[in-house]
Design a protein around this ligand. Structure first.
Ligand SMILES: Nc1ncnc2c1ncn2[C@@H]1O[C@H](COP(=O)(O)OP(=O)(O)OP(=O)(O)O)[C@@H](O)[C@H]1O
Ligand SMILES: [Mg+2]
Length: 203
C-alpha cells in the first residue's frame, strides 16, 4: 500500500510549521528524503524539523558541506511536546524527566546536490550514518535512485505561483508508513488552526 499526503503552504513560515509538525514525530533511524527544485523550500522545512527536535543552533544549507550534524539538546522534550499537539497544559507541564528513548540524539542534515557520483556517498559514510540513533534529513536525497534507503519518507516540493508550494509526502516502508499516518493526523489538526491546507490525506 502506498500512502500519500499532499499539503499546501503559502509562506516560508507555513513550510517551517509543516516541518515542525513532522519533526515532532521523528524517531531514531527516521529518514526523510527531500526533493524538488532549487529554492523550493527544503531547507526551510528542515528548519522546522530542527526546531521541533529542540535544536537551537541555526540551520543553514549544507550544500557546501554535504553534511551538517546537529545535537539534540535537553530542550528536545519541550520541543516535541509543544509541536506534536499531544495533551499538555502549557509551560508548567514541561516534563522534568530526560528525553524519551525514542528521541533522536542527533539530526543529520545532508545535501547531495553537489555530489557527482553515488560512490561519493561512501566517503561520508552515508549509509552508516542513516542507521545511527539519529533522525536524518536528506536534501536532494532522490538524486541517486540506486542509493535510496530501505525505509524512508519522501517529501517532494512543488513550486507554485508566488510563494505557494505543494508538499507531496509518500511513505516507502512500514516505519515511514506509520510516520506518514501520524504526520497526516498532526497536519489535519493544524489545518483546523489554518496553519496549512491538507489537500489529500491517507484514509
Ligand atoms: N511557501 C514557501 N515555502 C518555503 N520557502 C518559501 C515559500 N515561499 C517563499 N519561500 C522562499 O523560498 C526560498 C526557499 O529556500 P530554501 O533554501 O528552503 O530552498 P531549498 O529547496 O532548500 O533550495 P536548494 O535546493 O537550493 O537547497 C526562501 O528564500 C524562502 O523565503
Ligand atoms: Mg536547501
Amino acid at each position: 500500500m502506498t500512502l500519500a499526503l499532499q499539503l499546501a503552504s503559502h509562506s516560508e513560515a507555513q513550510t517551517q510549521q509543516l516541518g515542525a509538525s513532522l519533526g515532532a514525530l521523528l524517531e531514531p533511524g527516521s529518514v526523510v528524503i527531500l526533493s524538488g527544485d532549487l529554492g523550493a523550500g527544503k531547507t526551510q522545512f528542515t528548519k522546522g524539523i530542527a526546531r521541533a527536535l529542540g535544536i537551537v543552533e541555526p540551520i543553514t544549507s549544507p550544500t557546501f558541506n554535504i553534511l551538517l550534524q546537529h545535537e539534540v539538546g535537553q530542550s528536545a522534550v519541550l520541543g516535541r511536546s509543544q509541536e506534536s499537539g499531544r495533551e499538555q497544559g502549557g509551560a508548567s507541564s514541561v516534563p522534568s524527566h530526560p528525553p524519551a528513548a525514542d528521541t533522536p540524539v542527533s539530526l543529520y542534515h545532508f545535501d547531495l546536490y553537489r555530489l557527482e557520483s553515488e560512490g561519493e556517498l561512501d566517503d561520508i559514510d552515508y549509509f552508516g550514518l542513516l542507521e545511527q540513533d539519529a533522525a536524518s534529513v536528506v536534501e536532494w536525497g532522490d538524486k541517486f535512485p540506486g542509493a535510496l534507503p530501505v525505509d524512508y519518507l519522501q517529501v517532494d516540493f512543488e513550486l507554485q505561483a508566488n510563494d505557494a508550494r505543494i508538499l507531496h509526502g509518500t511513505a516507502h516502508g512500514s516505519q515511514s508508513e506509520r510516520l506518514l499516518a501520524a504526520w497526516s493526523a498532526a497536519a489535519c489538526y493544524n489545518d483546523e488552526a489554518a496553519h496549512a491546507q491538507v489537500l489529500e490525506a491517507p484514509l
